[in-house]
Design a protein around this ligand. Structure first.
Ligand code: ZN
Length: 59
């Protein structure tokens, strides 16, 4: 199931994909800051929201 990681401050989507990445990898990718609101991202999941989402399949 696809995973989505969003900034808990501004809901900017930091990662979206089939593979569940660790918060550490995502924080590292953005140099520790949310590219949208500039909030310092924690290495814990405290400041991130990770949840599965369902892809719409309109066939
Ligand atoms: Zn943010």
């Amino acid at each position: 199931m696809p995973q989505r990681v969003v900034c808990s401050e501004c809901s900017n989507i930091l990662y979206e994909g089939d593979i569940l990445k660790s918060p550490q990898d995502i924080v590292k990718k953005f140099d520790g800051r949310c590219p949208s609101c500039g909030r310092k991202l924690s290495f814990s999941t405290k400041n991130l929201s990770i949840y599965p989402f369902e892809e719409k399949d309109d066939k």
